[in-house]
Design a protein. Sequence first.
Length: 255
Amino acid sequence: MENTASKTVQTLSGKKVFVTGGSRGIGAAIVKVLAAKGAQVAFTFSSREDAAKKVLESLPGSGHMTLAMNVADEASVEQGIAKVLEQFKDIDGVVNNAGITKDTLLLRMKAEDFSAVVDTNLKGTFLVTKTFLKSMLKARKGSIVNITSVIGQTGNAGQANYAASKAGTEAFAKSTAQEVASRGIRVNCVAPGFINTEMTEILTEDQKKMILAKVPLERIAEAEEVAYAVAFLLSDESKYITGHTLDVNGGLFMH
């Protein structure tokens, strides 16, 4: 699929957005699309500083920044967000994208592997959201978008920890949305299906065929297609949408 990010309408002009895990995959696509749509973007990386700098250098516009952050660590989150707010002053949007997997069947799953996935994917979303809410509540505006997964809706053998973290993130978003709606803050989720990233590139042709047999649109999505959904939920075009999960899965799961 052609990358059309540079041709997009600037529906996020003037907005300041924070993205976790923006150095590669879906996160990098989100950062690039948001910048192309006119947003000033700050994004985090956990270990790939070289990849983060490459993304940063590719962004149109000015005032963007990248920083190291461990979203599962409260001190790291608070210190990182303080740096962002020092430069940006306030924030209009937050995208909780950072996530990890440690897949194995439940009987073989170590407690530390369950905790690591939940700490990054769910606790990390909690920490980032809570820390940014203070400035959003003061400004009485903001849009928070959590990247969940079709796996959080359907479950998947070998991914009990990942599915639990993503389902929990969706429920967390609905609860938070109810708490902050009166202050003009919206909280939504985007749930991708199978996306063309480094993780899907290692699949064999037979594995890809098995996946495509379950997808009515008969293809794996590009990361930009997830990014466009995120951009919509961050924009004023979606200002009456909150507590919602927008599926980007080609029809893999319908509800």
